[in-house]
Design a protein around this ligand. Structure first.
Ligand SMILES: CCC/C=C/C(=O)SCCNC(=O)CCNC(=O)[C@H](O)C(C)(C)COP(=O)([O-])OP(=O)([O-])OC[C@H]1O[C@@H](n2cnc3c(N)ncnc32)[C@H](O)[C@@H]1OP(=O)([O-])[O-]
Length: 259
């Protein structure tokens, strides 16, 4: 597919999506969000792809929803169009294959929200995270008040949503928003390396692990542990479980077949 606001490429078993509106710091226009959803669909249905990376430029992952595009919208338009509805804006949360956000530079507003919708965030050492919507007369609209609070706790999330203060990469790592920090020049290569490692594991088991971790956000501890145990039991029906454990016992690398 030909896209105008994103770039897509495959790196072995990894689908790499680069947000590409440099003049607008990758502001998330309707077109960009639609194209991102289409690219995710394409990688999701491509059997050769086992993991997806979303990145931006060194200057900006994304500086938020496109303010110029939405500034004149009326309430009725926003409401009737279901602006920022789940089908395109939240498409990444419906992706079953793992999605890594490789974030350099600004991840603000909808950009921070998009990163938080991914399965984990690798941050360049120049990354900056924030929910500045309050400073332009609105509030986060794509999960910022909810996901940020779950990531970093009420106090930090409340301060950031009420003031628009940005977190740098070091604070984001301390607060648990990002899994780790990488020198910005190496960020995409490292993200692709991690994604390749995931893609080369047993795909059904990777999907089970992702589902199980995500369940922690949606249910009680007791129900979550029960769900995890059922998935754990079902992994024993896979050839890949036999291969993985036999390979360990035989002191050789496993050869997963994704079944
Ligand atoms: C999804 C759910 C709801 C979400 C809501 C939101 O995300 S609300 C949004 C929450 N986000 C914010 O409130 C952050 C808004 N952005 C900023 O505060 C600053 O751009 C900055 C601090 C990120 C960088 O400052 P800097 O001095 O280094 O750079 P610069 O300022 O010169 O920008 C370069 C060019 O990019 C343009 N552009 C940038 N962002 C946007 C945008 N979101 N939109 C459109 N355009 C944007 C900017 O206009 C300029 O274009 P020009 O004039 O050359 O045609």
């Amino acid at each position: 597919m030909a896209f105008e606001t994103i770039l897509t490429e495959t790196r072995g078993p990894v689908g790499l999506i680069t947000l590409n509106r440099p003049k607008a710091l990758n502001a998330l226009s309707k077109q960009l969000v639609t194209e991102l959803a289409a690219a995710l669909d394409a990688f999701e249905t491509d059997d050769a792809i086992g993991c997806i990376v979303i990145t931006g430029s060194e200057r900006a992952f994304a500086a938020g929803a496109d303010i110029k595009e939405m500034k004149d919208k009326t309430f009725v338009e926003a409401f009737l169009q279901n602006f920022i509805g789940p089908n395109d804006w939240e498409r990444v949360t419906h992706t079953r294959k793992p999605v890594i956000a490789a974030v350099a530079g600004y991840a603000l507003g909808g950009g921070c929200e998009l990163a938080m919708m991914c399965d984990f965030i690798l941050a360049g050492d120049n990354a900056r995270f924030g929910q500045p919507e309050i400073t332009i007369g609105t509030i986060p609209g794509s999960g910022g008040t909810q996901r940020l609070t779950r990531f970093v706790g009420k106090s930090k999330a409340m301060e950031m949503c009420l003031t628009g203060r940005q977190m740098d990469a070091a604070e984001a790592e301390r607060a648990g928003l990002v899994s780790r920090i990488i020198p910005v020049a190496d960020l995409v290569e490292e993200a692709v390396k991690v994604a390749t490692q995931i893609a080369n594991l047993s795909r059904p088991v990777v999907l089970m692990a992702k589902e199980a971790v995500n369940r922690a956000y949606e249910t009680t501890l007791a129900e979550g542990v029960k769900f995890e145990r059922r998935l754990f039991h079902s992994s024993f029906a896979l050839e890949d479980q036999k291969e993985g454990m036999n390979a360990f016992a035989e002191k050789r690398p496993p050869n997963f077949k994704h079944r």
